[in-house]
Design a protein around this ligand. Structure first.
Ligand code: OSB
Ligand code: MG
Length: 357
């Protein structure tokens, strides 16, 4: 699906988004859906749409066929016999969470242990052009968003942040570097301390937790890790080392809602606030994120914007709507949103069905 406006980081510009939508049907006819959030090229993590499709078709689905899991914990355990490929795993795992919640007659939020009500939304600016960025922020504020994230890199940082801060002195603002820096840039990163950023996300290596610990000792802005945390084990080690004060949780990055919930639980116990990241995703993953972000440790607004942030028309009904800066948590069983099959059909490139028995 084409994005309304291209989204740029220092690594890649996304103008069209491919994704994988998984629908599971139980023997009793109950259904669930999930989304594979890998991009078309491996710029954010090593997975792509093609590697996800391969993993699903050639390994994960055959594995489930061979040993149908009795419950969600068993799925997670089965999948752990194959290394990584977290986004492919999460596509099925999250669909099974939806199915199980529907069966239990609980909203996915309640099934996960969430609080109900609504969650605060947040939005990301995807342009290094200062004029365009200011324009986007103005539009987002008009729509009710109260927390904004910008992307920074060594080519576009101190002056960019300073100008945005000058124009929006009271805005809840964070900056994401997607691993654009090294420890040699410490003076530049320290210079950002002046601008009252809520945090700086993933400034250093995408799989580093050692240098981030050194950096956190030298800057006062809290470091938030994204790419570096792909498992509970990573979160435990990063917290132990002091590599971050905040963690961004994305179900796709960590292998599903089960692992995401475990990271949340651990962080909550250790007083590390978490927030839910985004993947420029379609409504299915967005809806899973809404449920996840209703857990009590998600104390910081995440990158969960409305369907209309990126899409002319989303593939779920109803769409995700931001009202006065918040998104309502659905109360009906499961995800609380249905696939809009008409819209889905319009944008489907390929489809495959796998029968068990
Ligand atoms: O680093 O958080 C990130 C988008 C794609 C991949 C990685 C990231 C992002 C974003 C935007 O920052 C999130 C969104 O609006 O969905
Ligand atoms: Mg990030």
């Amino acid at each position: 699906m084409p994005l309304k406006v291209p989204f740029s980081t220092h690594l890649e510009t996304v103008s069209e988004r491919e994704g994988i939508i998984v629908e599971v049907t139980g023997k009793d006819g109950s259904k669930g859906c999930g989304e594979g959030v890998a991009f078309s090229s491996p710029w954010y993590t090593e997975e792509t749409v093609s590697t996800s499709w391969h993993m699903l078709k050639d390994f994960l689905i055959p594995l489930l066929k061979k040993r149908t899991p009795e419950h969600l914990g068993e799925t997670e355990k089965l999948f752990s016999f194959f290394r990584r490929n977290h986004m492919a795993k999460a596509a099925i795992e999250s669909a099974l969470w939806d199915l199980e919640a529907r069966r239990k007659g609980l909203s996915l939020s309640a099934f996960l242990g969430g609080c109900g009500g609504s969650i605060p939304s947040g939005v990301v600016v995807g342009t290094p052009n200062i004029k365009a960025a200011v324009g986007q922020i103005e539009t987002f504020l008009d729509k009710g968003y109260t927390r904004v994230k910008i992307k920074i890199s060594p080519e576009n940082d101190v002056a960019f942040v300073a100008e945005i801060r000058r124009q929006f002195p009271n805005l809840d603002l964070m900056a994401d570097a997607n691993s654009a820096y090294t420890l040699e840039d410490v003076d530049k990163l320290k210079a950002l301390d002046e601008y009252g950023l809520m945090m700086i996300e993933q400034p250093l290596g995408n799989d580093d937790i050692v240098d981030h610990a050194s950096l956190q000792k030298k800057i006062s802005t809290p470091i938030c890790l994204d790419e570096s945390i792909v498992s509970l084990d990573d979160a435990v080690k990063a917290i132990k080392l002091g590599s971050c004060r905040v963690i961004n949780i994305k179900p796709g990055r960590v292998g599903g809602l089960g692992p995401a919930k475990k990271i949340h639980d651990y962080c909550r116990k250790h007083h590390i606030p978490v927030w839910c990241g985004g993947m420029i995703e379609f409504g299915v993953s967005r809806a899973h994120n809404v449920a996840l972000a209703s857990l009590p440790g998600f104390t910081i607004p995440g990158d969960i914007s409305g369907s209309d942030r990126y899409w002319e028309k989303d593939i779920i009904t109803p769409e995700i709507v931001v009202e006065k800066g918040r998104i309502k948590i659905p109360e009906r069983p499961g995800l609380g949103f249905d696939l809009d099959f008409r819209r889905l059909k319009e944008v489907t490139l390929a489809q495959e069905e796998f029968m068990f028995e």
